[in-house]
Design a binder for this molecule. Sequence first.
Ligand code: PLP
Length: 450
Amino acid sequence: MKSRNVIPSLFLDFMQMQEFAKNPLIFTEGRGIRLTDSDGKKYIDGLSGVFVTSLGHGNAAIVEAMSSQLRRLAFAPPLHSTSGPALDLTQMLLKIAPEGVTALKFLSGGSEATEAAMKLARQYHQQTGNPRKYKIISRYGAYHGGTMGALSAGGGRERKSVYEPLGVGFIHVHPPYCYRCPFDQSYPSCGRTCVELIERTIEAEDPATVGAVIVEPISISSAGFVVPPPDYLPRLREICDRHNIVLIYDEIITGFGRLGTMFGSEYFKAPPDITACGKGMSGGYAPLAAILIRDRIASAFYGESEDNVQFHHGHTYAGNPVACAAGIAAVTQLVEDDVVGNARLQGERLRLRLVELAERFPIIGDVRGAGLLQGVELVKNRATRERFPAATRPGKIVEREARARGLLFRCGNDFAAFAPPLISTAEEIDEMVGILAESLAVAERELGMA
Ligand code: PLP
């Protein structure tokens, strides 16, 4: 491919381009759960792109829906209009949305959605007699997007420190990372210290100044892979209710079936006030995201023109008719083909296979996840949970070996996680786990464990 020599001129996400240029990955085609690169090598897309291509590549129904919409109408200005696909998708989403959702706003990506959710929460309090409720509580290690507001709420040191100082009024608390509890306790005898401390933080900050809490139901980013205990979100819901705080779920990853339920709020049985969602909504065929808004919040935004209570927020491509056509086709498949049920079923299989691997590979310290978001934490010593030295980065060895064997998935320094397309079959799950096993074997040899 002649254009390869321009690679250093192109900045990819979070990527040192000089390093990337040594062994670039350039995709030319995708079919089902597989991708092909410019050398003709095939890979299993074990991360659904980046938690996006839930319905696989080359999905004919989505391609057809989009091409037909492209021919009819490619753009409707959201400043003063909408379109048929946007209205139809609204209706579909209201049917599957978490409890109490009566309105939504379309956006084009995850950062736009989390930014919009936080702005909506602040404006809600302004318009309901609590203008001092501006602070936003979020968690260390979280990733809510790359724009300044989303980054302010984010809690991954690596990605934000170079841009500090960030926004005012963002308060961070420790995540519910049970395998390495930040408070050196164990679940359930801990009495849920992590969530109790959120209430104490609210009280210490003054509840009259705290407007929102934003959390991912399950978080996975370069900072780690955190699955909360089952009663964490229900308890957080109670705390937010008690202090009139808007609870925002960042379901950019967990929404649209990833956990084997349509939304993470259903999996954890605790509905938020605002859901930020995207990624799987269009299956990756178009930039498409949304915030889903519960009735008590939405109702504060209706009035006469002179009341000026409308949501003062917008983006040019939000609700684009072609993106919404992709969304309609994707959500139709999720619902009508019971793709979410398949995610639940194959998720159980994946979990079982990873537990089996833990019996063979002492480098696996923990297996955790939900639905088709499952992973393993890698440790030097399983009995003591001792980590490898920071420079060892066992996850990166596993990532390198898996890629060489044709599997792409999410590896942090100390974890390896799968989020394959929700249409994956039992055979495909076994194939992915087989490649992980070979990669773990190499990692253990290289690290002197075997
Ligand atoms: N929130 C979460 C949980 C994410 O994983 C991401 C992206 O990976 C975002 C927000 C930001 O989404 P985007 O990259 O579409 O702006």
